[in-house]
Write a protein that binds this ligand. Structure first.
Ligand SMILES: [Zn+2]
Length: 306
């Protein structure tokens, strides 16, 4: 069955790139609504923005959605990952400005808020997107692939020159509370050398040593160090789940990312939906539902979260 959040929940913070204060409220929505954002500061144009792959603009540092009136919302991926990972299929998300608040740089604050309010079952069946054949995209030496599988699995590998990150690979079956236990508290990361460049270009203005893991060579500059020894690859998997959630329904397939990012995952969804023989929409029966992210999620799954 489809779900929504039981009661509304709000979050206050700043935008990672804009540095502007932002308030975000997740509100319950009815079955068939899907996930939509609305900009509460926009009064002269359509403020509604669908959380959908076909309105995502290519942006290397975050996932930005833009509606037909040109109203945009940046950095949607961490709240999208939280909703997908907790198994929330319908919600209206109000945001007071052009960017989702970064909070601690991970999805954990969103997950805590959602789990605290609880999930409500709705009286409508759930659909899923079944991958029928391998679809691949590449950009330089980065690749992203979807292949058939009976539930969502994410396999990710990164390779950075900085020894503090280096080569990391992780593979997870995303059923049940896996996202919450394994991925949701992993923070976004960047290299100290990139910070100056981003700031000079008006980006990362809301970035701090607390809401991003900053590395320089073999050193982790952020106080307290890493939350997991492989926190960077876990965060890339979190981003991938959030970006895949823009498909509009749970995906049954294996996602494999090598040095992939927001742009490549979006290109992958575009390639999937451009080929009608590559996927089909299926009713999610009890067997299928049992393998979805968030099903059976329990408050105790939060115990391991930083
Ligand atoms: Zn991210």
């Amino acid at each position: 069955m489809q779900t929504t959040i039981r009661n509304q929940v709000s979050f206050n913070g700043v935008g990672l790139h804009s540095g502007q204060p932002a308030r975000l409220t997740i509100r319950p929505a009815s079955a068939g609504h899907g996930i939509w954002f609305t900009r509460t500061d926009i009064v002269d144009r359509d403020p509604l923005i669908p959380a959908r792959w076909d309105v995502a603009e290519h942006s290397p540092l975050c996932t930005k959605l833009v509606n037909a009136d040109g109203v945009s919302l940046s950095t949607v991926e961490h709240v999208m990952a939280a909703l997908a990972g907790c198994g929330v299929h319908n919600a209206l998300i109000e945001v007071s400005g052009p960017e989702v608040p970064i909070l601690d740089g991970s999805s954990a604050p969103f997950v805590r808020g959602i789990v605290k309010q609880g999930i409500r079952m709705l009286a409508e069946p759930l659909f899923a997107i079944e991958v029928l054949k391998p679809i691949s995209v590449e950009k330089g030496d980065a690749t992203a692939t979807l292949t058939p599988a009976d539930s969502l699995k994410i396999d990710f590998e990164i390779d950075f020159a900085d020894a503090a990150i280096g080569r990391q690979r992780k593979s997870l079956h995303m059923a049940n509370g896996t996202f919450v236990r394994e991925l949701c508290d992993s923070r976004t990361f960047c290299r100290a050398s990139d910070v100056e460049f981003m700031r000079a270009n008006g980006l990362a203005l809301g970035g701090t040593m607390e809401n991003a893991v900053v590395v320089d060579g073999q050193e982790v500059l952020s106080p307290g160090g890493l939350r997991h020894s492989d926190e960077p690859v876990r965060h890339k998997m979190l981003d991938a789940l959030g970006d895949l959630a823009l498909a509009g329904a749970p995906i049954l397939g294996l996602y494999t990312g090598f040095k992939a990012g927001h742009t490549l995952t979006n290109m992958l969804l575009r390639a999937l939906f451009a080929d009608p023989t590559a996927y089909r929409i299926v009713d999610c029966d009890a067997d299928c539902v049992a393998r979805l992210p968030g099903v059976g999620l329990h408050v105790s799954d939060l115990a391991a979260v930083a």
